[in-house]
Ligand binder design. Structure first.
Ligand code: PAF
Length: 288
């Protein structure tokens, strides 16, 4: 039977008891509006830990002005039922004041990993993510945390912060889960009209084209970038970036660069009013 906690203290005590009984704790932080991608993170956590908990918290500090904080889909009962079905043991769904107590001031700054890709397009976003994830890690104590590779930059930043802040957390990245036609699963896909959903397929189509070129031996960053950008430029309402970057530092390659054995190809584009992201690390992952 899944336990639902709305209070940080009770949730923390529950995870402490699980550890005291000898269980490794796994944690899947989410903002709710769960889909099969999130459920695959729970499965990954269950493969690594005997007691698995999820958090559901729509974190206000990672949304910029004019972003979708107010209309972000929220359905706690549905989310809890899905988590129970995949064997999650406990959920923390706290009110905002539990995570951001009155008078709170502290933010976690992420440095240069936040300066590329989505960083310039969403000022303050990664600081908000790093701040809430640090709080969730502090609440959960020693554990294994699982995040999706779809948010590749977020994953890189969280791996870095766990090391830099000496947190007793093992951070694991799990593969992007896609619909059969290639669309990466995202809570924001719920905003897409049927027509926009077709146009959204241009992101995975671009990644597939670039990945195929890489597999065929192409190493010029400009050629990989152009292959990825073509479908997106034709279908998207606007393109934030199509970049080829170094997968560990996230430094974006100049057009005259030659990539190494691995290359991060990352896209952010708006389809209608919905901002979508997707990526692949060629040389490390199969075709999207
Ligand atoms: O990926 C998400 O859902 C969020 O950014 C996270 C990691 C739960 C922090 O709010």
């Amino acid at each position: 039977m899944i336990e639902i906690h709305h209070e940080v203290a009770g949730f923390r005590a529950r995870l402490d008891r699980a550890r005291a009984s000898g269980a490794r704790v796994g944690l899947v932080p989410t903002m709710g509006a769960l889909h099969d991608g999130h459920l695959s993170l729970v499965a990954e956590a269950k493969a690594r830990a005997r007691f698995v908990a999820a958090t559901i918290f729509v974190n206000p500090t990672q949304f910029g002005p004019g972003e979708d904080l107010a209309r972000y889909p929220r359905d706690l009962d549905r989310d809890v039922a899905l988590l129970a079905r995949v064997g999650c043991d406990a959920v923390l769904a706290p009110p905002v004041e539990q995570i951001y107590p009155p008078g709170e001031r502290t933010r976690v700054s992420v440095g240069e990993l936040g300066d590329t890709l989505c960083g310039p397009h969403r000022p303050g976003h990664f600081e908000g993510v790093a701040t809430v994830v640090t709080k969730l890690f502090a609440i959960a104590g020693e554990h294994t945390a699982v995040f999706g590779r779809k948010d590749y930059q977020q994953l890189a930043i969280i791996r870095r912060l766990a090391i830099d802040l000496l947190l007793p957390v093992t951070v694991v990245g799990a593969p992007t889960v896609r619909d059969p036609d290639g669309l990466a699963m995202s809570s924001r896909n719920a905003y897409l009209s049927p027509e926009d959903r077709c146009r959204a397929l241009s992101l995975s189509a671009g990644l597939r084209a670039a990945h195929a070129l890489f597999v065929a031996g192409e190493r010029r960053a400009s050629a990989l970038r152009e292959a990825a950008a073509g479908p997106v430029r034709r279908a998207a309402t606007s393109v934030d970036y199509v970049d080829v970057a170094e997968p560990d530092t996230l430094r974006v390659h100049d057009d005259d660069a030659v990539v190494g054995a691995r290359a991060l190809i990352a896209i952010a584009a708006r389809v209608g009013a919905t901002r979508l992201i997707d990526n692949v690390v060629a040389g490390e992952e199969g075709s999207p």
